[in-house]
Design a protein around this ligand. Structure first.
Ligand code: HEM
Ligand SMILES: [Ca+2]
Ligand SMILES: [Ca+2]
Length: 322
């Protein structure tokens, strides 16, 4: 019957189980250990917050949440994910945070906690440190044995992806339309380099005109920071022009006012399928926080590996074992 078919599909596709108390016996203080590093790192280098949240997203979307994004290319070997074009802007502070957390955890519980779990915990800590929700992180991920630069591009969204393409990509990861809108809310903090939105300012879709869906004052300001040619490639603009350093629902209100930075942000308001949710989240921060916590949990269980057949437990997060 229909319901039978549905339930078997569910059992075969159920992600390997993670649990909040996975390290209860082997490393009961893992959350506190990571927490002491993330809070110090946040005081010393606040950019670690947005950078680590983005690092977690880029890990989970490519080969699942398995710390594949942390592997560095060895001399004479093929490029790893970290060196793929789409990962060039991942800030070094994010990698530093994980490295420091891993070394503290290794000193107390050697060989026990995966880099993938440390990244998931650190991302949660930073969401909370920047003013977002606190939620329990389920653990039990193993680290991946592969990290291949050429696997990155097709598994990440592009700044000019259509809503259809975004929905399709998210669906391929087991995520819904709601997850797409809610997780994009991470852009309530952080910054983007000019090249990601330059076309919107000067030559939208080959028209030689700016994107009509940018507020004129924002357009003017962005053009000042980001000249069409010869600009400084280090210049960045805030995703959320109102509160770039705090985790709130201003991102969604901005979209209603044509203040989105990337085409993919603004598209969530322009598309009639996603607009109602944008409007709801704009006026309900509690709802945003609740849905964001749930969506991070869901994203954190993409492609999870368990056991030696498919995974490893690294000592140094940047190097495979053996
Ligand atoms: C939906 C499609 C998405 C696209 C096209 C996209 C694209 C981008 C781009 C181009 C940047 C700027 C990088 C730079 O110039 O340094 C960025 C930054 C960022 N992204 Fe996304 N992103 C998406 C979804 C997400 C999701 C789902 C998350 C996390 C849940 C996320 C978290 C972040 C954060 C926190 C930053 C700021 C990083 C920083 O300031 O260091 N993004 N994103
Ligand atoms: Ca990965
Ligand atoms: Ca904000």
């Amino acid at each position: 019957s229909h319901s039978f078919a549905k339930s078997t599909a569910n059992t075969t596709r159920r992600p390997r189980q993670l649990s909040v108390d996975y390290y209860a016996k082997s490393c009961p203080l893992v959350d506190q250990l990571v927490g002491s590093v993330t809070s110090q790192q946040f005081r010393e280098a606040p950019v670690s917050g947005p950078a680590t949240i983005r690092l977690f997203f880029h890990d989970c979307f490519v080969e699942g949440c398995d710390a594949s994004v942390l592997i560095t290319t060895r001399m004479g070997s093929k490029l790893t994910e970290k060196d793929a074009e789409d990962n060039k802007d991942l800030a070094v502070e994010a990698f530093d945070s994980i490295k420091k957390a891993k070394s503290l955890v290794e000193s107390k519980c050697p060989g026990v906690v995966s880099c993938a779990d440390i990244l998931a915990i650190a991302a949660r800590d930073f969401v909370h440190l920047v003013g977002g929700p606190y939620y329990q992180v389920k653990k039990g991920r193993w680290d991946g044995k592969f990290s291949i630069a050429s696997r990155v591009h097709s598994n990440l969204p592009r700044v000019n992806s259509t809503v259809d393409e975004l929905l399709q990509l998210f669906k391929s990861k087991g995520l819904t339309l709601e997850d797409l809108v809610v997780l994009s809310g991470a852009h309530t903090i952080g910054f983007a380099h000019c090249h990601h939105f330059l076309n919107r300012l000067y030559n939208n879709k080959g028209t030689k005109q700016p994107d009509p869906n940018i507020d004129t004052r924002l357009l003017k300001a962005l053009k000042m920071s980001c000249p069409q040619v010869g600009g400084n490639s280090d210049i960045v603009a805030p995703f959320d022009v109102t509160t770039p350093f705090s985790f709130d629902s201003a991102y969604y209100g901005n979209l209603e006012a044509k203040l989105g930075l990337l085409a993919s942000d603004q598209a969530l308001f322009l598309d009639p399928r996603t607009r109602p949710l944008v409007q709801n989240l704009a006026k309900d921060k509690q709802k945003f926080f609740q849905l964001f916590a749930a969506a991070m949990d869901k994203m954190g269980s993409i492609g999870v590996k368990r056991g030696r057949r498919h995974g490893e437990k690294r000592k140094d997060c940047s190097m495979h074992m053996s």
